[in-house]
Design a protein around this ligand. Structure first.
Ligand code: MOS
Length: 722
């Protein structure tokens, strides 16, 4: 019997290293002579530095140097224009480049000392004198200034949506507000930079893309790639915050070069709120349907925020042109510029926000039609991608609807809001659809087999907690027929074969395909040596070929790109989420007591790590629906709840019965593995299912997230609830 590999629920291969502390994160690398940098952050949102007084800081024992814009420009002169592969259109912000202040929390100085405590204390003594300019950080007050973004493709409309909406038998229309959210990974951003005698740099960084950080630093500091290596073997969560190189790594390199000694820069939890966030968003959705519930018009408009210097765009409204069959669709997306740092991708960027609005509006439409919300979805199921005018490579969304509803017991739902009550507790059931594009990026991998049977496969990808180490090990072991214990996968090193940043749920499809191709190429080389042998050889037989040919090692490398055939189809993962909530009638507190998430994500490489991905997404959906919100004080232009006491994320008590179903979905077009990726789909639609359950429980439709008790109690029921 062969050992199961692909499809086996094996535990994380990096799990023991993580729980024993053997796994080293960016700030864990101890180096003799290490100096420490602490960042001084701007306290105003817009203006100019008139003077920075560093005398008191420099006078403290242990303080080595203070970097400001006044002395940093002599050390580095970063180029204008695009800075790295994830940069949005516009002109990137470089730390310490000038006296201009563009947002609150901007790094203005770096204090370097022998210990972190000395650096932090000294940083508190740096006096900055500002010239303040008027700022604005409020999206609500700046909606009218919104413009079409520079760069990026505009969402495509079709038919005559406004006319169809006005003529529809049943029209609904609603506006939604989403707050700013911050990623808040457990691991703080930090970098440890170690120069050698020849001036080469080793950079341990927290990032989702070692090669992106390498390119960024090489451009800024004019290094060749051979002289600057970036390592990030372990990442304590990132969720998009590590897609772009962050300012801490720039400052750490600046400092290490100037002092010619190893240095570390670590941000504080408060500073984790200073380099990008999920943007605040205004949305309007208008749906029109015939009396029997056929969609005749979909209108979805959104305005997001961005910084003064870059246009951060996400696909907020695009899913609304894709998810349901409808001939008349109008989509619009604009940006308003504020005095904040550029927003950035945060788990399921665009879709998490846009599908929330669409799926709540669908629930409102079902209510107006007097139709079951699930029935409304299946009646408008899209068999074809009308936005791109292409067939889907695979789409098992109907199976998600059926299996999820069955597991949840949806058939027993009484559609009347407020119909399920136990004393002071109102119970509600809601559902929503989720969708996320199954992307594939060019990627490479290398496989090296030794005669004693050890296989090492590598690529410059990341494992941000997603399970990359584990699933790549499975793909390699499966392809060559070797035991899992004899296979090692290495990542998080810029010198390994080229790979994209880990993001967008495309790591398995991109890097996994390259791992498979490299292993197949290695097998092909050995098969050709074994003259006379036909077809596939087992792992043992491959090793026998190596021994007979007196080969100590055999290696192969492969690069994989999306195929032409793939491009003729549309590729998406889909999901259906069913949620149960209990709402306290007096206090307006909401508990999510049960969630079933049914996912069609192609082939599942590892059901255990896959389930973890979806659980994480669902928990995030609970936070998005009920808790997460970064609050700005407009007078200061600053996020005020910049700590984990005031920025609420779900804790164990908020997370109850979560159930994940993977429906079977076969797909040999999407990529050679048939796996679509699971990082984002668990979140998309979850907040809508919860919000719809709250409506079903209470008759109250809260359209502004998060649904906090005060907002719920302030919203009158749409219908009388007894
Ligand atoms: Mo994810 S937001 O693509 O890291």
């Amino acid at each position: 019997m062969t050992e199961p590999r692909i499809g086996a629920p094996i535990s994380r291969v990096d799990g023991i290293g993580k729980v024993t502390g053997e796994a080293k994160y960016a700030a864990d690398h101890g180096v003799p002579g290490l100096a420490h940098g602490h960042v001084v952050s701007s306290q105003i949102a817009r203006g100019k530095i008139l003077r920075i007084d560093v005398t008191a800081a420099l006078a403290l024992p242990g303080v080595l140097r203070v970097f400001t814009h006044e002395n940093a420009l002599r050390l580095v002169s970063p180029p204008r224009g695009e800075s790295e592969e994830v940069a949005p259109g516009g002109s990137a912000f470089w730390p310490l480049r000038s006296a201009r202040v563009l947002y609150s929390g901007q790094p203005l100085a770096l204090v370097v000392a022998e210990t972190p405590e000395q650096a932090r204390h000294a940083a508190s003594l740096v006096q900055v004198e500002y010239m303040r300019h008027e700022h604005t950080t409020d999206l609500r007050g700046n909606l009218k200034s919104a413009r079409k973004p520079r760069g990026g493709s505009a969402p495509s409309s079709r038919g005559r949506a406004e006319r169809a909406w006005r003529g529809a038998a049943v029209p609904v229309e609603a506006e939604f507000w989403m707050p700013v959210e911050h990623h808040n990974p457990m691991e703080l951003f930090s970098a440890t930079v170690v120069p050698d005698e020849d001036g080469r740099l080793t950079v341990y960084d927290k990032t989702q893309g070692v090669q992106n950080v390498q390119r960024y630093l090489c451009r800024a500091f004019k290094y060749s790639k051979g002289r600057l290596r970036v390592l990030s073997p372990f990442v304590g969560g990132a969720f998009g915050s590590g897609l772009r190189p962050q300012y801490h790594v720039f400052l750490a390199v600046l400092e290490a070069r100037a002092l010619k000694r190893p240095v570390r820069v670590a941000l504080t939890r408060q500073q984790m709120f200073t380099f990008g966030h999920r943007p605040a968003l205004w949305q309007r959705v208008a749906l029109g349907a015939s009396a029997d519930g056929r969609l005749e018009a979909i209108i979805h408009e959104a305005v997001g925020e961005t910084s003064r210097f870059e246009d951060f765009t996400e696909h907020v409204v695009d899913s609304s042109g894709l998810l349901y069959r409808c001939d008349n669709v109008r989509l619009a997306y604009k940006l308003a510029k504020l005095d904040l740092y550029t927003p950035m991708d945060m788990r399921a960027p665009g879709a998490a926000s846009g599908v929330y609005a669409l799926e709540c509006a669908m629930d409102e439409l079902a209510f107006q039609l007097g139709m079951d919300p699930l029935e409304l979805r299946t009646r408008n199921h899209a068999e074809r991608d009308q936005a791109e005018n292409k067939p889907f490579g695979s789409k098992e969304l109907r199976a998600c609807y059926e299996q999820g509803a069955e597991r949840f017991g949806w058939r027993r739902r009484d559609s009347r809001p407020g119909s399920m009550r136990e004393g002071h507790t109102l119970i509600g059931w809601g559902m929503a659809t989720g969708v996320w594009e199954a992307m594939q990026e060019p990627a490479s991998a290398k496989a090296v087999l030794t005669a004693d049977g050890n296989l090492t496969v590598s690529a410059a990808t990341a494992d941000i907690g997603t399970g990359t180490y584990t699933v790549m090990t499975q793909v390699a072991a499966d392809t060559l027929g070797l035991p899992l214990k004899d296979v090692t996968f290495t990542l998080g090193d810029s010198s390994l074969p080229d790979a994209p940043v880990e993001g967008g749920s495309f790591t398995v499809s991109s890097v996994g395909s390259a791992v498979k191709a490299a292993c197949e190429r290695l097998r092909g080389k050995l098969v050709r040596r074994a003259r006379g042998s036909r077809g596939s050889l087992s792992g043992d037989q491959l090793l026998e070929v190596m021994r007979r040919s007196r080969l100590a090692t055999m290696e192969a490398q492969a690069s994989v790109e999306p195929t032409g055939k793939r491009e003729r189809y549309s590729h998406y993962s889909h999901s259906t989420i069913f949620a149960e909530v209990q709402v306290d009638d007096d206090f307006g507190t909401v508990r999510v007591t049960r969630v079933v998430s049914a996912v069609a994500g192609g082939r599942i490489i590892n059901p255990k790590t896959a389930r973890s991905q979806i659980l994480g997404g669902v928990v995030w959906g609970i936070g998005m629906a009920l808790e997460e919100e970064s609050l700005l004080d407009e007078r200061l232009g600053r996020f005020m709840n910049h700590n984990l006491a005031d920025y609420h994320v779900p804790v164990n008590a908020d997370v109850q019965d979560l159930d994940v179903i993977f429906v079977e979905e076969r797909d040999d077009i999407v990529n050679p593995l048939g796996a679509k990726g699971l990082g984002e789909i668990g979140l998309v639609g979850t907040a809508a299912a919860i919000a719809n359950a709250v409506f079903h429980a209470t008759g109250r439709r809260v359209r502004d997230l998060p649904i906090t008790p005060d907002r719920l109690l302030a919203t009158p029921p749409a219908i009388p609830i007894v």
